[in-house]
Design a protein around this ligand. Structure first.
Ligand code: ADP
Ligand code: MG
Length: 176
């Protein structure tokens, strides 16, 4: 039935894109004519972060979905858990690792820039940070920046904002 379900196997729609499940282990972020993000640049940033450590979701491949007529960024499928089901002590351990890995990315010249959604956009505030069996993971490098592309001054500015968002996330993750 046209109009009922736009995308088969849709998982979720974030601020800009729709993500569909391809299999038990892979998902695809769809780039249709109406998305403003650039798939090539998002793939490059994801690969950059993947080369540093395991915090950002793993890039798999770029592909084209014939039926949907959409470009797709295929990545590792994460299965998020609800952090409220875990003891605060355990959450603190996850947070420590998260902070270490994020700092490692920063030192390597990658800043995520989207830990927290702007407050004027609806939905979950920290929906780009997913808790999995393997700990906290980051998705959505759509507006991430690389130091070698934006230069030292802009990168430093972005880092400052990110440190603030990290502190807000820590408070949120421990207190709920
Ligand atoms: N690798 C993944 N595994 C499972 N779910 C994902 C994955 N990537 C994205 N999602 C889901 O799809 C939503 C949108 O993806 P995201 O990359 O954040 O796009 P947007 O730029 O629209 O925010 C996410 O908030 C999340 O619910
Ligand atoms: Mg998002």
């Amino acid at each position: 039935m046209p109009g009922v379900m736009k995308y088969p196997r849709q998982l979720s729609a974030g601020a800009n894109n729709t993500v569909i499940a391809l299999s038990e282990t892979e998902v695809a972020k769809l780039y249709t004519g109406d998305t403003r993000s650039d798939i090539g640049s998002e793939a490059e940033k994801m690969k950059f972060a993947n080369a540093v450590n395991g915090l950002v979701v793993k890039f798999v491949r770029l592909d084209f979905h014939e039926a949907l007529q959409a470009e797709m960024l295929v990545m590792e499928r994460l299965k998020p858990l609800d952090f409220r089901a875990y003891e605060v002590e355990r959450r603190e351990l996850w947070l420590d690792v998260f902070e270490d890995e994020l700092t490692q990315l920063h030192r390597a010249g990658f800043v995520h820039r989207d830990l927290r959604r702007p407050s004027d956009i609806g939905g979950l505030v920290f929906d780009n940070i997913l808790l999995t069996e393997g700990g906290l993971r980051l998705i959505d490098v759509g507006i991430s920046a690389l130091r070698h592309q934006v230069g030292d001054r802009i990168f430093a500015k972005y880092l400052e904002t990110e440190q603030g968002e990290l502190q807000q996330f820590k408070t949120y993750f421990i207190n709920r």
